[in-house]
Write a protein that binds this ligand. Structure first.
Ligand code: 4AD
Ligand code: MG
Length: 432
């Protein structure tokens, strides 16, 4: 073949003349005189027409061509309103690269079977669209923090202690000693701010979640930031800016993908225009009692149904601050104005997508940290390295963690968080 291969999207942009493209058969139909192939590559799909007259020698191969076979073609592209993407290639040259016999994916497969064949289902237009949006989200987060002078910094995934409660720890046999998979980078990020001041990461976190919900994974990508010197307002501002920037980027770069996913983009537009409401846990109790007739005893954590009810009242994410100390992690700073609550917040997504960000100022008092650990049944002696951050030049600091798949799930309007990553892990789904 003569031509240089270009993407299907570029071929469509060119719109006329000779083009050469390569990809996989997305659909096929034909008669013994003519064959129509819809070809897909990572960029788009296009209808290709092969006339038997031109391919007498290869006709048997062409006639038997099945979906997901890989092929190279060249021919003449022209506009055709009836074709799926508005253009059609009349093929002059054809090469079968890899055949595909009885591709085991069809419309009738349920979620379980699609999960078993995930390695093949990734090629679907749905998954391809989500994966492109995922790329925009990750790039958007990196750009957001780099623009503000943050450094990318990493922490180990094998740790000797918990940070977010013992109930969701995965134990690992580490040469005969017990270690745990990291639930967060945080305890090893806080030491890093004394070197770099402002840092972020995007790396996997692990939670042994026994719940089968549409928003829990056992391995998820966690975008976390930690900053020296800044206060509680700064954390709320940064999380809001980050979310606004990601949503803006997706709306700019991924219109087509959102359309393929059937996402109503009008639901995302208020996110860019409005300031996210900020309210305290106490306010939430009042709002839910007044507007939703839900009574929550002070001191109880907000449950999923309560978060969902609250999220229905707003069309942007909301920031809930100052939760009762007893329901939050040991490292959250006591509110100097009210020791019963902490300077922490959760950001709750609209449309019932749940908590997308968890954050706090960090407790600086070693005594209080120890008390909190003991209250949770932990052994403070494992945390000596962490207490050193408070011993040597302690500064006010804080940070947050964002569940990348939760954010993607919400932006894409997905039914399950599992679709927000290529190979999800939950209690019941761990292969392929
Ligand atoms: O609220 P979490 O537990 O907070 C922390 O881990 C802090 N150490 C973060 C920090 O301050 N650096 O988790 C943060 C976010 C949640 O708001 C949620 O979006 C997401 O991580 N998350 C999960 N996402 C998917 N599956 C799970 N099982 C998740 N658990 C938490
Ligand atoms: Mg949380």
């Amino acid at each position: 073949m003569m031509e240089k291969y270009i993407s299907i999207a570029d071929a469509i942009k060119k719109g006329k003349g000779k083009v050469a493209v390569r990809g996989w058969v997305y659909r096929e139909r034909g008669s013994n005189k003519i064959k129509f192939i819809v070809l897909r590559d990572s960029s788009d799909i296009i209808q290709c027409v092969l006339e038997r007259d031109k391919f007498e020698k290869d006709w048997e191969k062409i006639d038997k061509l099945q979906i997901e076979s890989s092929v190279k073609i060249s021919g003449t592209i022209k506009e055709d309103k009836r074709a799926p993407s508005g253009y059609e290639i009349n093929v002059d040259e054809f090469e079968l690269v890899g055949e595909s016999i009885d591709f085991p994916i069809n419309k009738d497969l349920n979620e379980e079977l699609l999960g078993d064949r995930r390695h093949l289902w990734l090629r679907s237009r749905k998954m391809t669209s989500i994966l492109k949006i995922r790329d925009t989200v990750l790039q958007g987060l990196r750009e957001h923090w780099h623009k503000k002078g943050f450094y990318e910094y990493h922490s180990p995934s094998l740790l000797g202690m918990q940070a977010e409660g013992g109930a969701t720890l995965f134990k690992v046999d580490y040469f005969g000693k017990p270690l745990y998979l990291a639930q967060t980078w945080q305890l090893h990020a806080e030491p890093g701010i004394f070197a770099l001041e402002k840092i972020f990461t995007i790396q996997p976190s692990f939670r042994a979640e026994k719940s089968k919900t549409s928003r829990h994974l056992t391995e998820y990508w966690h975008a976390e930031m930690e900053s020296a010197w800044e206060d509680f307002e700064y954390l709320q501002d940064d999380a809001e800016e980050a979310i606004k920037e990601i949503v803006a980027e997706v709306l700019k770069k991924n219109k087509e993908e959102l359309e393929i996913l059937g996402r109503d983009v009008k639901k995302l537009e208020p996110v860019l225009k409005k300031k996210f409401p900020r309210m305290s846990y106490d306010d939430v109790l009042k709002i839910l009692a007044d507007k939703s007739k839900m009574k929550i005893t002070w001191g109880k954590d907000l449950r999923t149904i309560e978060e969902d009810e609250l999220s229905k009242l707003y069309d942007t994410p909301i920031i809930v601050t100052r939760y009762p100390k007893a329901v939050k992690a040991f490292y959250m700073k006591e509110d100097p104005k009210n020791p019963k609550v902490v300077l922490g917040f959760d950001m709750i997504a609209p449309e019932g997508y749940g908590e997308i960000v968890g954050a706090s100022q960090r407790e600086e008092s070693i005594e209080k940290l120890k008390e909190n650990l003991i209250a949770q049944g932990e052994d403070p002696s494992k945390y000596e390295f962490y207490f050193d951050t408070r011993r040597y030049g302690s500064v006010p600091h804080g940070g947050f963690g964002m569940g990348v798949e939760r954010v993607i799930s919400w932006i894409c309007g997905l039914d399950t968080i599992k679709d927000a990553m290529p190979f999800p892990r939950t209690m019941t789904r761990y292969s392929p």
